[in-house]
Structures are given as C-alpha cells and as structure tokens.
Design a protein around this ligand. Structure first.
Ligand SMILES: NC(=O)c1ccc[n+]([C@@H]2O[C@H](COP(=O)([O-])OP(=O)(O)OC[C@H]3O[C@@H](n4cnc5c(N)ncnc54)[C@H](OP(=O)(O)O)[C@@H]3O)[C@@H](O)[C@H]2O)c1
Length: 279
C-alpha cells in the first residue's frame, strides 16, 4: 500500500512518519497543498493519504483570514479532489476550534459546529469541502496537540514553550478559563493509522482521556521537568489574544474510546522531548 503524508514536517506529520517510515512524506517545501497540479501529481499512485498540512497561526488568521482559508479549506479540498480522482482513501485532520465552547460538557461528533475564530471557520470549511468532495474521507478532530517536534508556526508545542520560558526565568501567565484535551501527536498518529486501517469514514473525535485548563497543563509540564516556577493563572481577557478561543475546547466521542490519559501522554512527550533537546 502506497501512503502519502502531507505537511510531514509538522508535529503530527513527523510522528506519522515515525510510525510509517516507508510512506512518502512531503513537507511544505516539497508539496504545497494549495497547488492543485502538484497535489494531483503527488497523489497519483497512492492508496491512502494523511493530510497533516495546515495553517495553524490562529491569531494571524484574524487579520488575514484568506491565508488560512487558502490552506485549511482550499488546500484540503485539493487533496480530497485528488484522492477522489485517484481512488485513494483520505484521512484529514481538524480541530476542537470548530466549536464555540459554550456547552458545559465535552463536544460530541453530533454537536453542531460554530467556530468563533477565522482559523476555526477555515478548518470547518476544510471539513465541509473534504466531505463534499469525498464523502468516504475520515475527518479526525483533535485538541491541544503537542509533539516531540513542536509546531514551527507556534515556536514549539505549548508544553515546550512553557518549559523553555521557565528555564529562561521568564514570568509565566497562563489562561485558566480555557479547557482542552492535551493530546500527544504520537498517540494521535497511532490511532489515525488504526482507524484508517478499519476503513472508518466521516467525522470522529480522537483525543486523550481527560480535560484540563492550559494552566493545569503548564503546571504539569513544569512538574515533569522538575522546575519550581510559579505560574500565574489568568483569564482570557487578561491575555487579550487577537483570536477568540473556545472556553470549553473539550471533545468526547460516541464513536471511539479516548486515547490514554493526557497526563500519561504528556509524560511520554516529556521523555522524548527532553532526550531530543539534550542530544
Ligand atoms: N496544534 C494543535 O494544537 C492542533 C489542535 C487540533 C487540531 N490540529 C490539527 O491537526 C493537524 C496537524 O497539526 P500540527 O499541530 O501537526 O500542525 P503543525 O505542526 O503546524 O504542522 C502543519 C504543517 O503544515 C505545513 N503547511 C502549512 N501550509 C502548507 C501548505 N500550503 N502546503 C503544505 N504544507 C503546509 C506547515 O509548514 P510550515 O511550518 O512551513 O508552515 C507545517 O509543517 C492540522 O490539521 C491542525 O489543524 C492541531
């Protein structure tokens, strides 16, 4: 089976490559998914495609929504079109940011999306365009991803940035009123491979078990790193980020069980990341 991974230099793409080293893995430099001709060429001969490419600059998207749409909606549609023509299966990734975060329980696959940010709207359009083009596609929504190789556009994963800032002696202020399921990309990659193998279709939520605030996540990362630094818990209003974010970004699923507890995923991340950063 010939497998293609797009966005392969990102944190999720990197971990999928590790689990499927024989796959054709193309980063943005080798394949921009906004280039339909190049996408058609790359998908030719493939049986299964994992689209990990995305524009994840959540705040920047507020000022320049077209940039996010070009990759997250148009680019995703290009991949789906190419998969349909080729007869390839597609696994596409989306986000908890398609929800507005006003519910008082984890969001299920059946809950209606209602994004509050330009990034969230671009990802929702991506889901819709992928499924319109290729109804058999699998759209995996996840939340709070962190990998040993962090997201370049964010300057590393969230726990990595917290640890680095604490090591540098910087003041740490982290929102305590936004919740998420912190999910290790290696766990998500393994689940995506399994669900693709089972031939699952449609939208599914795949996240770690358990939900916490960014503040709790920051404290847990520092505990693992054995750094004694205080983390000030603040409200979203105190940070005043350009993009609004869902307060409740927690996902649940009626289709699949959750991955391991987020604390265990974070522990595994810490072992890998600390080994990598010392090498
Ligand atoms: N990060 C999260 O917390 C999170 C949460 C929920 C869902 N997700 C979703 O999960 C998926 C994987 O995210 P991730 O965290 O692995 O993101 P990531 O680390 O930012 O990786 C995304 C990759 O896509 C590349 N890319 C950007 N524009 C491209 C284009 N036009 N053509 C090809 N590649 C392009 C980026 O390259 P450059 O670095 O060169 O721009 C980057 O390597 C995405 O669909 C994302 O929306 C992420």
């Amino acid at each position: 089976m010939r497998v293609l991974i797009t966005g392969a230099a990102g944190q999720l793409g990197h971990d999928l490559r590790r689990l499927r080293p024989e796959a054709l893995a193309l980063g943005r430099a080798q394949l921009s998914i906004t280039n339909l001709g190049a996408v058609l060429d790359a998908v030719r001969g493939c049986d299964l495609v994992f689209n990990c490419a995305a524009d994840n600059a959540v705040d920047a998207a507020e000022a320049d929504p077209e940039r996010a749409l070009a990759v997250n909606a148009e680019g995703a549609a290009n991949i789906a079109l190419a998969c349909r023509r080729q007869g390839a299966r597609l696994v596409h990734f989306s986000t908890n940011f398609v929800f507005d975060g006003t519910l008082d329980r984890p969001y299920l696959e059946s809950d209606p999306p209602h994004p509050v940010s330009a990034y969230g709207r671009s990802k929702l359009q991506g889901e819709e365009r992928v499924l319109a083009e290729l109804p058999s596609a699998l759209v995996i929504r996840s939340s709070g991803l962190f990998g040993a190789v962090g997201s370049a556009v964010k300057g590393g994963s969230f726990p990595e940035r917290v640890v680095r800032r604490a090591q540098a002696g910087e003041r740490l202020r982290v929102v305590a009123d936004q919740r998420l399921n912190p999910t290790f990309t290696l766990d998500l990659a393994a689940a995506a491979l399994e669900l693709a193998g089972e031939g699952m279709e449609g939208v599914v939520h795949v996240v770690s078990r358990g939900c916490c605030s960014y503040w709790e996540l920051a404290c847990e990362a520092l505990r693992l790193a054995r750094i004694q630094a205080s983390v000030e818990a603040v409200d979203s209003a105190a940070i005043a980020a350009p993009a609004p974010r869902p307060r409740n970004g927690c996902l649940g699923s009626t289709r699949v069980p959750p991955l391991r507890d987020w604390q265990l995923g974070l522990e595994a991340w810490w072992r890998e990341w600390s080994a990598l950063s010392q090498s």
